[in-house]
Design a protein around this ligand. Structure first.
Ligand SMILES: [Zn+2]
Length: 239
């Protein structure tokens, strides 16, 4: 399967870089009932097979094949109008342990609250711990951050790209769910661009800005300054 993918502009030349979807296949592997404290969902599992993946770390060769997993929590009628979608990257430390090193858990809660209040929507949970570098590498990056590196510098110091994520799998999952237009909860313009380039219309961007805590203020600043994220609460404060 070859599809046209998120195009990005080359930083120097401004020329659009067209990438091609590396997925050999994307398969729904499970679909089950899923009651939660937030409300009643279906829980679906998807697996994407990536042939010849790009290495994420300059010191570690990529495997010949990589299987990427994504979970979709689906609620209500997702077809009659652009549905609310959050693409959330797994953060064990934040999502499970309520870490205050990052804003992930608060964003996850915001997304689940928004979807359940609307009575419809999709939470796509991608197994991409630490912007795709993996849990152990993320903990090593935390150690470096304690020594003064920021979140981007720490990944680079460990040989990783600042962000190893691609957002092809969510777009493919949305298509398989028959969803072609969304209201996307995100602060990350790259996610909007990735979906639109993959043929999913983003009818509205809903802010995922949460009230900053002192413990992750610097993390948010770096995401804004180095990764182009938008954060209305911080922008209001610096105005
Ligand atoms: Zn996090």
């Amino acid at each position: 399967m070859v599809c046209t993918l998120p195009s990005r502009r080359d930083a120097k030349t401004g020329v659009r870089i067209i990438k091609h979807m590396p997925f050999e296949s994307v398969t729904k592997v499970a679909d089950a009932d899923f009651p939660t404290r937030w409300g009643h969902f279906r829980i679906l599992g998807f697996e994407g097979v990536v042939a010849n993946p790009q290495p994420c770390n300059e010191n570690t060769p990529a495997p010949a094949k990589r299987i990427e997993g994504a979970v979709a929590l689906v609620m209500g009628d997702i077809h009659s109008k652009p549905t609310i979608v959050r693409i959330h990257s797994q953060c064990l430390t934040g999502d499970v342990f309520h870490s205050l090193r990052c804003d992930c858990r608060l964003q996850l809660e915001l997304a689940l609250k928004t979807i359940t209040e609307a009575g419809a929507g999709i939470l796509l949970y991608e197994q991409q711990e630490g912007r795709g570098i993996g849990l152990m590498a993320k903990l090593k990056a935390y150690e470096l951050q304690d020594q003064g590196f920021d979140t981007v510098e720490a990944n680079v110091e460990l040989g990783y790209k600042p962000d190893c994520r691609e957002f092809e799998l969510p777009a493919e999952v949305l298509k398989q769910l028959g969803v072609h237009a969304v209201r996307l909860i995100t602060n990350n313009p790259e996610k909007v661009e990735a979906l639109e380039s993959a043929g999913i219309r983003v009818a509205e961007r809903i802010s995922a800005a949460v009230e900053p805590e002192e413990t992750f203020q610097r993390y948010l600043d770096v995401k804004r300054e180095k990764m182009g994220h938008i954060h209305e609460v911080l922008e209001e404060k610096t105005r």
